[in-house]
Design a protein around this ligand. Structure first.
Ligand SMILES: Nc1ncnc2c1ncn2[C@@H]1O[C@H](COP(=O)(O)OP(=O)(O)OP(=O)(O)O)[C@@H](O)[C@H]1O
Ligand SMILES: [Mg+2]
Length: 230
């Protein structure tokens, strides 16, 4: 589904170049449930941003289905993101003036859907993440774990092929982290979307089927794992 071929990323910092990714090669399957791990600064967020078409590689190719992401304009990338890719950010990035329902509806409106046509779809995903009771609350009236559920629902509501999540459990306590990971694993199965995380969190390691370790912008290991029983 996704092929990362000899990808490097060089940032310009003042007069100096900084190489954040060095010759990264990966293939990612449909329905993957995997994580990028590694020390702070190793390139995890940079790589997620490239996979999601938020940024472009300096060298190499990123192929998603029939699209060459490294070769597309900003507008074309935005279109691919809108259709196929869901993002979950560490800080949730919810819209504070909107309710849970409206936050989750929002990406569908961006895809030119009519609310009357997608209302049930939004209510179904709200139910799937366990927020029926909270659907008319605003983000400030929710706990951190509940905000993360809204962010997950918002990423999934358009039925993306890929969900990219940068440190999805970083702001959650242990119990909430485990609940969120369990929920994401269920949604990975039910919605057949690939989930790709970056994380420092050792708990995440137990849930994923594949772990790619980065160090100084290079892939230093790529491990397939036995799925742990739920
Ligand atoms: N926009 C930028 N301009 C210049 N350098 C950057 C930029 N973004 C990231 N970097 C550098 O690239 C390297 C990789 O950053 P990245 O954010 O991908 O790391 P990370 O693995 O996600 O780290 P963390 O675990 O702290 O989130 C870092 O050394 C960082 O300073
Ligand atoms: Mg990061």
């Amino acid at each position: 589904m996704l092929k990362i071929d000899h990808v490097s990323k060089v940032y310009q910092v003042g007069p100096q170049d900084f190489t954040a990714l060095k010759d990264v090669n990966l293939e990612i399957e449909d329905g993957a449930f995997m994580s990028f791990v590694g020390p702070s600064g190793s390139g995890k967020t940079t790589l997620l941003n490239l996979l999601g078409g938020l940024d472009k590689p300096t060298n190499g190719h990123i192929v998603f289905r029939d699209y060459r992401l490294d070769d597309m304009s900003r507008e074309e990338l935005a279109e691919v993101r809108r259709k196929y890719i869901g993002f979950i950010f560490q800080s949730y990035n919810l819209l504070p003036v909107y309710t849970v329902y409206e936050n989750i509806l929002f990406p569908l409106l961006l895809n030119n859907e009519k609310e009357s046509r997608v209302r049930q779809q939004v209510l179904d995903i709200i139910h799937a993440v366990g927020l029926d009771v909270e659907k008319n609350k605003k983000p400030a009236e929710l706990s951190g774990g509940q905000c993360q559920r809204v962010a997950i629902a918002r990423a999934l509501v358009k039925k993306p092929d890929i969900v990219l999540a940068d440190e999805p459990t970083a702001n959650l306590d242990t119990e909430n982290s485990l609940n969120i990971l369990e929920l994401m694993r269920e949604l990975n199965r039910d919605f057949e979307a690939a989930f790709i995380f970056s994380t420092h969190d050792e708990k995440v390691t137990r849930f994923v089927n594949r772990e790619v370790r980065l160090e100084d912008g290079r892939v230093i290991s790529d491990t397939l794992k036995q799925e742990t029983p739920a």
